[in-house]
Design a protein around this ligand. Structure first.
Ligand SMILES: NC(=O)c1ccc[n+]([C@@H]2O[C@H](COP(=O)([O-])OP(=O)(O)OC[C@H]3O[C@@H](n4cnc5c(N)ncnc54)[C@H](O)[C@@H]3O)[C@@H](O)[C@H]2O)c1
Length: 276
């Protein structure tokens, strides 16, 4: 018996990364899943959906830009019509946005990052909440970041959007608690590949030299100056993986299941290091 037997989950950005792992894990645990991404549905089917269907799971696909209200509403409506309801919403989509200082950034770049990272959470929640309220049941999982809690230089739209996700999560949790709906946020850390990609972008923008090997080596070393425990934990053998998609899927499953029934409005770090 799976932890999500009989449940329906809508998951955004499922074409790769954390959302892909969450989709596979939720389906393994018995949920029917409605997946969306900006990539074509045929790719979504090939990459992710076929694995779920081959294992006997139910899956729906949408090519949806989650910053577009009409597209989001259509996805929610068709999901409810086809799969019967929505019990779980995982708002996973997020883009990195530009690596620039504010004075070099265009308003369009600022708005696009906020639209994809923050408006999407508002739009997807707004689209499924009437259904959740009607049946007095719902689990909403938002995606913030470690950067939702601290600045990240040259990345103001990303950091602002992720801080906004935490504010939205806490406020929505307060608004819908009386309907038995839990709203929580996951704050992943940067996994190694993403951190390298971002550091390269920053170096290019700052016109500074970039040595990938030196960076990778530094990331693997303990940093006693940081308010962090990760590398020490790893050195002690407690934690070796860091901030991977499997860890996100595990935490998302906990938040999607009734095991976390008494948790709401939380923003939970999941990166093997951060302790604030
Ligand atoms: N990976 C990390 O290191 C890291 C660190 C901190 C926070 N996060 C957050 O975790 C979440 C998942 O990260 P990830 O690394 O798995 O992402 P990713 O970049 O690997 O995947 C994002 C997916 O979203 C899709 N997408 C992009 N824009 C879209 C849109 N407008 N509408 C629909 N789909 C869209 C992409 O096509 C892609 O398939 C994001 O919110 C991200 O900000 C990730």
């Amino acid at each position: 018996m799976g932890k999500l037997d009989g449940k329906v989950a809508m998951i955004t950005g499922a074409g790769r990364g954390h959302a892909e792992a969450i989709a596979l894990r939720f389906a393994e645990e018995g949920a029917a899943v409605s997946l969306c991404d900006v990539i074509p549905v045929t790719t979504l089917e090939e990459k992710v959906g076929s694995k779920i269907r081959d294992a006997g799971g139910k899956v729906l696909y949408f090519q949806t830009d989650v910053s577009e209200e009409e597209q989001v509403n259509r996805m929610a409506k068709e999901t409810i019509e086809t799969l019967g309801t929505v019990d779980i919403l995982a708002n996973v989509v997020g883009i990195a946005g530009p690596t620039k200082d504010v004075w070099d950034m265009t308003l369009a770049e600022w708005r696009r990052t906020l639209a994809v990272n923050l408006d999407s959470h508002f739009l997807c929640c707004k689209a499924v909440l009437p259904e959740m309220i009607k049946k007095r049941y719902g689990k909403i999982i938002n995606f913030s970041s470690g950067t939702g809690k601290q600045p990240l230089s040259h990345r103001a739209p990303y950091a602002t959007s992720k801080m906004g996700v935490i504010g939205f999560t806490r406020t929505l949790a307060a608004d819908v608690g009386r309907y038995n709906i839990n709203v929580n946020a996951i704050c992943p850390g940067g996994h190694e590949e993403r951190s390298v990609e971002l550091a390269r972008g920053r170096a290019e923008y700052m016109n500074q030299p970039f040595d990938e090997e030196v960076l990778r080596e530094r990331m693997r070393r303990s940093d006693p100056k940081a308010v962090l425990a990760g590398r020490w934990c790893a050195d002690e053998g407690y934690h070796e993986k860091g901030s991977g998609s499997e860890e996100m899927a595990g935490l998302a499953l906990f938040l999607a299941s009734d095991d976390s029934a008494s948790m709401t409005g939380q923003d939970i770090n999941c990166d093997g290091r951060v302790m604030w």
